[in-house]
Design a protein around this ligand. Structure first.
Ligand code: DUC
Ligand code: ZN
Ligand code: ZN
Length: 487
């Protein structure tokens, strides 16, 4: 009998810290051996000349999710996970969205029904909380955390999703007490609404004005406020889709102060600009996302924030709304910018874009690439015991990259259910040619090998606060608030 189910031979392995040459022996879905000259594989893969990396962990994507206005994403858990797999991912963590009036229990049941029979990759969810009632805070969220869903997102904007600053404090404390990580969409709601009204009233309703209506300062103010609230109650907070230098700098400063503050950016802010919105007709709607696309100077500085560790996560924010009446044009063929579904696809291109523009050009190291596409997400979201690295005992979640492979991006080449890609025509160097999830080959040589529903739900661990300083405000601390017990 073969000692291993699969041996990957001769590749260059990289983790977030090390690069080395080894064979990998895989048994029962896990990495069982790392050594040179491994024999005894039931199957073998020759990875000579290839990079053997931890499978990507995509932790910001919208799959089989209704927006607050009722639009359903074009991707379900099958097409979304298949597209993620072709882009080098072994795990996905989409959102399970609570809309007002829904219980968290119902939300989780709904997403379990959507994910379990369909996902080809391992998965979990972050909850989206839009209705933080007493029951949600005291009973439902703790129940979700107990089930291993240890992160959730709130919005500081959008009338149908926004949580007040008071609610934000309640939510942060609930998360802190239960070992969960709060994620936040940080934009100042009033500033955006004021700008939208002013632009529309003056007839500036073309897609390009979407970028004007969400000023950089709206993001910066909300990030600063979020940091103030989180550190007041000493709770961890992750700012998703950071799109401004000043916002990232606020995060960097908070981290320097020892606060549990984290940041994420996305390919659209690295590889596109607001000029993409400035095209005739309604095609600019393809590039409407929030926060909006910015400028070249922001692109340049985001690379520095990724290298400096200001931003630990780089995620697609895959929000697949087609360029038709089910998505971008659901409010008619010529919608004003404020009636366009927000978001763009990118789950398959996230890692290849970063590899091509980052690793192949020398802007980031291969190890930083691994950290940004897999290891940091595993650690932040309670999965690092099993996922995000290549080491004995870990799940055999592996992406084998051909660093020389040239690909021209086309919408038809993607495996999602979309009818466009915002990155159309880009020439990429490097592509993940084989992808494994728990030792099972999911994608190989351009073909899907996985069964629908093969992915498993990942029960995640609580947020790990090791290494951060106490930041609780003196007014929240009994020694300095005349003994008031406020936690
Ligand atoms: N926020 C997201 O994270 N994705 C799509 C739209 C949005 O506002
Ligand atoms: Zn958001
Ligand atoms: Zn998103």
């Amino acid at each position: 009998m073969a000692e291993f189910d699969l041996v990957i031979r001769g590749g260059t392995i990289a983790t977030a810290t090390d690069t080395f040459t080894s064979d990998i022996g895989i048994r029962d879905g896990r990495i069982a051996a790392l050594a040179l000259g491994l024999e005894g594989g039931f199957k073998t893969i020759d990875a000579t000349g290839k990079f053997v990396l931890p499978g990507g962990i995509e932790t910001h994507c919208h799959i089989a999710q209704e927006s607050a206005t009722g639009a359903m994403t074009a991707d379900d858990y099958y097409s979304g996970s298949v597209s993620a797999a072709f882009g080098g991912n072994s795990t996905i963590v989409p959102f399970a969205a609570q809309h007002r009036g829904q219980t968290i229990k119902d939300v989780i049941r709904t997403y379990d029904d959507r994910a379990a029979p369909n996902s080809v990759l391992d998965y979990s969810y972050h909850l989206i909380v839009s209705d933080p009632t007493e029951e949600v805070l005291r009973e439902e969220l703790p129940m979700a955390f107990e089930r291993g869903i240890t992160s959730f997102k709130v919005f500081m904007t959008y009338d149908k999703m926004i949580v007040s600053d008071e609610h934000m404090l309640d939510i942060l404390v609930t998360a802190r007490e239960n070992g969960a990580l709060t994620m936040v969409h940080a934009e100042n709601n009033a500033l955006i609404k004021w700008m939208v009204d002013r632009l529309i009233a003056r007839g500036y309703d073309a897609p390009k004005y979407h970028a004007v209506s969400h000023p950089a300062s709206a993001e910066v103010e909300a990030i600063q406020r979020g940091i103030a609230l989180a550190s007041f109650v000493e709770a961890p907070l992750l700012f998703v889709h950071v799109s401004t230098d000043a916002g990232a700098r606020a995060i960097a400063e908070a981290r320097m102060n020892g606060q549990m503050i984290f940041g994420e950016t996305c390919p659209q802010y690295m590889f596109l600009t607001a000029d993409n919105l400035d095209i005739p007709g309604t095609e600019g709607t393809k590039f409407c996302c929030s926060p909006p696309l910015r400028d070249k100077a922001t692109q340049d500085v985001l690379w520095r924030h990724l290298n400096a560790g200001t931003l630990q996560l780089y995620s697609s924010d895959h929000a697949p709304y087609r360029y038709d009446e089910t998505g971008k044009l659901s409010n008619g063929p010529n919608p004003p910018f404020n009636k366009v579904a927000n978001g763009m696809p990118g789950i398959e291109l996230r890692a290849p874009l970063l590899f091509s523009e980052g690793v192949a050009t020398g802007r980031i190291s291969l190890n930083t690439f691994v950290a940004l596409t897999a290891s940091n997400a595993a650690r932040l979201f309670g999965m690092s015991e099993r996922k995000g690295s290549i080491a004995i005992g870990m799940d055999a979640d592996i992406a084998i990259w051909d660093p020389e492979k040239k690909t021209q991006v086309t919408a038809t080449g993607m495996h999602d259910n979309m009818d466009y890609t915002p990155f159309e025509g880009m020439e990429l160097t490097g592509w993940p040619v084989t992808v494994l999830n728990r030792g099972n080959i999911i994608v190989d040589g351009g073909a899907l090998k996985a069964e629908r529903g093969a992915g498993q739900f990942i029960k995640r661990l609580p947020f790990d606060a090791t290494g951060f300083l106490p930041t609780r405000a003196p007014e929240m601390t009994q020694a300095t608030n005349f003994g008031a017990k406020l936690f």
